[in-house]
Design a protein around this ligand. Structure first.
Ligand code: ACO
Length: 448
């Protein structure tokens, strides 16, 4: 294949000798244009094969820009560093969803609507009550988000802009309530209702931690730190859960069902669960002097250094740098998390070591976020839940962008079929013994 100067690609099919000219638009060729490349009229046409979407753009987007080599992250063009320093989560959520920073009036109105949708129907509490005492809060969250779709049948009207906006308010507002209720259930504590006088993150801390005091007053440093952490997690373009959101919603299902699916994708340890893995690793290391020994095991391929490396960032993850700064503010209030020294030593040694330098392995967003959450008194199980609260604005923005994009259709990848050709049904008595024996073994291996 060769690239022409006039933004086309010339391809010669060596099977037929035919030449094709394929347009290049926005730095990409449309996979569908490959379908014209055929060996005969009855041929389906050439497909591209790309498991895990390693080199396939599934959409055109105007929301989040990442340059992984340079360590750049921007929402709607604004650098993440400026947003983390000068904005708050609800303002950033508005920006992500609407494309522009709000005016004073717009922000007031937006904040009012989010604040006044924080309550959940009393019946939702009954679902949460039904979970076992040690149910994982992420399982409770995923289920109760899906359950909300049954309370709001108008959510099906996805092409009505006003109703779409209403579901956006509801979802951003109710996620912290569902999350906090799930946490209170797991600790056997009574649910705490939202306090409309508090900020988005202040109210979340209230619903999580209020005890006997008549009114909960969040610590401003922790309230701010949580807002920064939420900003950093608000969107990250086409990651696993966002791709799930777009794919599920492409069937035109309501946004509650789609967000439940996206949150389920986030639950996995390769995605939203990595910050939890970092804390388990730091606990396993145990003390600063045992860091070199652990690094040795990493280099021998025995274990991975959790919270290091990223599919996209081949430079310091810009979010990790911001989080590291926030950590010190939080520790001023909570006292230092003792695992911080181990983390700092790991980072120091790794950043000097050729194994990590040559592979461009730097701390990612999850390296420090768990340490902060833990210092704030949040249990490890809640980490992916916090991620889901923050990412809801991103999921919803991507959902709306997808719905309004005339080029999008129901998501439906192709496959390369490598299985058996057509064959006739084999009666039981004619089937060979070893095949059924291996099937029986496979069933029994699943255990009980
Ligand atoms: N520790 C040690 N070695 C690593 C690590 C790590 N954390 N990450 C990558 N490597 C090595 C690999 O062994 C490989 O080495 P090799 O070339 O000698 O085989 C090389 O670096 C490239 O690694 P890949 O696995 O090809 O990188 P990929 O882009 O597929 O993986 C991932 C990215 C999954 C994030 C990986 O770096 C990892 O497992 N990190 C630890 C888990 C983690 O922190 N995940 C959170 C990501 S952030 C988020 O999801 C919000």
């Amino acid at each position: 294949m060769e690239k022409n100067s006039n933004n086309t690609l010339s391809v010669t099919d060596n099977r037929t000798g035919k030449q094709y000219v394929i347009p290049i638009e926005d730095g990409a060729v449309a996979a569908k244009s490959l379908r014209n490349i055929k060996v005969s009229d009855s041929d389906f046409g050439l497909m591209s094969y790309d498991p895990a979407f390693m080199n396939t753009a599934s959409c055109k987007s105007r929301i989040t820009y990442i340059d992984g080599d340079k360590g750049i992250l921007r929402y709607r063009g604004y650098p993440i560093e400026q947003l983390a320093e000068r904005s708050n989560y609800l303002e950033v959520a508005y920006l992500i969803l609407h494309g522009e920073l709000p005016t004073g009036v717009e922000l007031k109105e937006w904040t009012y609507h989010i604040t006044h949708h924080t309550f959940i129907h009393e019946n939702v509490k009954k679902f949460i009550d039904g979970f076992h005492h040690d149910a994982h809060p992420m399982g409770m969250l995923v289920s109760t988000i899906a359950a909300l779709s049954t309370f709001y049948p108008d959510a099906k009207e996805i092409f009505d802009p006003e109703l779409r906006g209403k579901q956006v308010y509801r979802l951003i507002a109710k996620m912290p309530t569902l999350a906090a209720f799930a946490y209170r259930h797991s600790t056997g504590m009574p649910y705490v209702y939202p306090d409309n006088e508090l900020s988005y993150t202040g109210n979340f801390l209230n619903m999580m931690f209020k005890m006997t005091e008549p009114r909960y007053a969040p610590d401003p440093t922790l309230e701010h730190a949580l807002s920064v952490l939420f900003i950093l997690h608000a969107d990250h373009e086409q990651n696993c859960s966002t791709n799930a959101m777009r794919s599920i919603a492409s069937s035109h299902v309501d946004p509650f069902s789609a967000v439940a699916g996206a949150a389920a994708a986030l639950y996995g340890p390769l995605h939203g669960g990595a910050n939890e893995a970092v804390l388990r690793m730091l606990k396993e290391i145990g003390s600063k002097d045992r860091v070199p020994q652990y690094i040795k095991r990493v280099k021998e391929g025995e274990v991975r250094l959790m919270g290091f490396g990223h599919r996209v960032y081949k430079n310091y993850d810009p979010r990790a740098r911001i989080i590291k700064g926030v950590a010190y503010d939080v520790f001023e209030v909570t006292g230092k998390n003792p695992v911080l020294d181990i983390a700092l030593e790991l980072e120091r040694i790794a950043l000097e070591d050729d194994y990590f330098v040559s592979r461009k392995l730097y701390p990612n967003v999850d390296f420090y976020s768990g340490i902060i959450y833990q210092a704030m008194g949040l249990p490890v199980d809640m980490f992916p839940v916090l991620f889901a609260i923050a990412r809801t604005s991103g999921w919803l923005a991507q959902w709306e962008e997808m719905l309004l994009d005339g080029e999008q259709k129901i998501a439906r990848p192709r496959q390369l079929y490598l299985g058996s050709d057509q064959r006739d049904y084999v009666p039981m008595e004619s089937r060979t013994a070893d095949k059924s024996a291996s099937l029986a073994a496979a069933i029994s291996n699943k255990g009980d």
